[in-house]
Design a protein around this ligand. Structure first.
Ligand code: NAD
Ligand code: TYD
Length: 348
């Protein structure tokens, strides 16, 4: 069985690739990744020589390349994670999100329809999406699989668009698909532009912790390894044509999360209690900032038997340990282009 995983050098993708390569020696895993600023093959150095693993450097926005790749390998299944994924970058450069998230997804769908569907009895295009497509919740309520799409950022609009294309190919061309919409992930190998890894890095370096607006925005956090486990479950047990929400029933206001992170970091670094909290700096809000996300994960819990394996305190402690043990990884990804981006974003 040949499985193409796109975006496998990124944060979530690298955990999915590792899980599949290690758990399923009979599957051959092809990891297609353009290695943008967010892609890092170092994330997969432990499995790079596995006999059931092949890395392919390539860009999903190049239609001819994608077509010839599928013609050559005729993948049985696709797990599609490659994307531009950071909301703040989508505000400054929306076209990169349209190109990769929308056009790139449609190129994959076309190649899958032409070169995979006619050649196998069983095929699946599994599209990985986000809860951000549902827009913003009020103080109560949860996103379910039937919540109408209402995206507010160029990132979430591009993901919503890609979800619609996948569904439309299912309806129009009988393309077998599954879509999952997951809440905010955190964990090892997360690029330090997102809230948790950025703040861990800044606390280590005693730099300001830039909290947007009043800090009372709410996100629902899931440990990345639990997301990878959910993708494994859905891939093997999910029903074609269905969508599943993935989340840990774990809502946190940003400021409460930041304070928890600060106190754990003080303990881990052996600094006096309250040191990290002094770094908290409220800054100008993100435009179009969604107030609250929260996932109802009942369907995947009940129908497929998946639930998270760690609670937030455990996951956060493991994440901090990973960053403190992997300072070289952090140094390498925070050099060069990322430094420039950081200065532009936060005027430092
Ligand atoms: P990431 O930014 O860490 O990784 C994205 C990967 O895609 C990188 O390795 C990058 O090199 C690759 N890529 C980007 N453009 C490409 C292109 N044109 N061609 C080929 N490869 C390309 O992202 P992530 O956080 O791992 O997210 C993975 C997927 O999961 C995305 O589709 C994202 O929308 C979705 N998702 C993320 C979260 C989250 O909290 N991070 C939550 C829910 C869903
Ligand atoms: P982020 O990690 O960018 O994920 P998303 O926007 O996809 O939810 O941000 C999580 C929350 O943290 C979001 O409400 C924005 C906020 N945030 C800050 O307050 N400061 C920051 O520097 C960043 C990156 C995020």
């Amino acid at each position: 069985m040949k499985i193409l995983i796109t975006g496998g050098a990124g944060f979530i993708g690298s955990h999915v690739v590792r899980l599949f390569v290690n758990s399923y020696p009979d599957y051959h895993i092809f990891n297609l990744d353009a290695l943008t600023y967010a892609g890092n093959l170092e994330n997969l150095s432990d499995i790079e020589h596995a006999s059931n693993y092949t890395f392919i450097k390539g860009d999903i926005t190049h239609a001819d390349f994608i077509d010839s790749l599928f013609e050559r390998y005729r993948f049985d299944h696709v797990i599609h994670l490659a994307a531009e994924s950071h909301v703040d970058r989508s505000i400054t450069d929306p076209m990169a999100f349209v190109n990769t998230n929308v056009f790139g997804t449609v190129h994959l769908l076309n190649a899958f329809k032409t070169h995979s569907m006619p050649f196998h009895d069983k095929v699946l295009f599994y599209h990985i999406s986000t809860d951000e497509v549902y827009g913003s919740l009020g103080e109560t309520g949860l996103f379910t699989e039937t919540t109408p799409y209402d995206p507010n950022s160029p990132y979430s609009a591009s993901k919503a668009s890609s979800d619609h294309f996948v569904r439309a190919y299912g309806e129009t061309y009988a393309l077998p698909y599954i879509i999952t919409n997951c809440s905010n992930n955190y964990g090892p190998n997360h690029f330090p532009e997102k809230l948790i890894p950025l703040f861990i890095n800044n606390i280590v370096q005693e730099k300001p912790l830039p909290v947007y607006g009043d800090g009372k925005y709410t996100r629902d956090w899931l440990y990345v390894i639990d997301h990878a486990r959910a993708i494994d479950t859905v891939f093997h047990k999910g029903v074609t044509g269905e969508t599943y929400n993935i989340g840990g029933f774990n809502e946190w206001q940003n400021i409460d999360l930041v304070k928890l992170l600060c106190s754990l970091m003080d303990q881990k670094l052996g600094r006096p209690k309250g040191s990290a909290q002094q770094l908290i700096t409220y800054i100008k809000d993100r435009p179009g900032h969604d107030r609250r996300y929260a996932i109802d994960a009942t369907k995947i819990n009940k129908q497929l038997g998946w639930s998270p394996s760690v609670n937030f305190e455990q996951g956060l402690a493991a994440t901090i340990d990973w960053y403190l043990d992997n300072t070289e990884w952090l140094d390498r990804v925070t050099s060069g282009a990322y430094q420039e981006y950081y200065s532009k974003m936060y005027n430092t």
